[in-house]
Design a protein around this ligand. Structure first.
Ligand code: THU
Length: 128
């Protein structure tokens, strides 16, 4: 699976975003070690705080179906009015912590214009 292909899957998932409050649509595509991909989109709520980010939807789907080993995650986000996510959208702090629960610091994080790692985005991650 290439980074471009994974990003394309994140863009596709972004099409399912439910973001009437922020009008910011995000899609994520999480690549498992075995090649399986789980996607997610942000799902907002009128009470605001129940909103869930695209990345957490993707990883919770994966973990709830027995996946625990991941290689990469692509994130495509931007104003919902635009059908293309052509700027970089990085996982929020909460999503970085959730990813760190299951993924090594070497997890690749693919955004529109490049690739970084979870370890770079969340150095010295908290763990018990
Ligand atoms: N959001 C994500 O889905 N992922 C991120 O990495 C950043 C933020 C969502 C949450 C909310 O629905 C909207 O984008 C604006 O914050």
């Amino acid at each position: 699976m290439t980074h471009d292909k994974l990003y394309a899957l994140a863009e596709q998932a972004r099409g399912m975003a439910y973001s009437p409050y922020s009008r910011f649509a995000v899609g994520a595509a999480l690549l498992c070690d075995d090649g399986t991909v789980y996607t997610g989109c942000n799902i907002e709520n009128a009470a605001y705080s129940p909103t869930v980010c695209a990345e957490r939807v993707a990883i919770f789907k994966a973990v709830s179906e027995g996946r625990r080993s991941f290689k990469a995650i692509a994130v495509a986000g931007g104003p919902a009015a635009s059908s293309k996510a052509d700027g970089d959208c990085f996982p929020c702090g909460v999503c970085r912590q959730v990813l760190a629960e299951f993924c090594p610091p070497t997890l690749e994080v693919v955004t529109h214009s490049g690739v970084t790692t979870l370890g770079e985005l969340l150095p010295h991650a908290f763990n018990l």
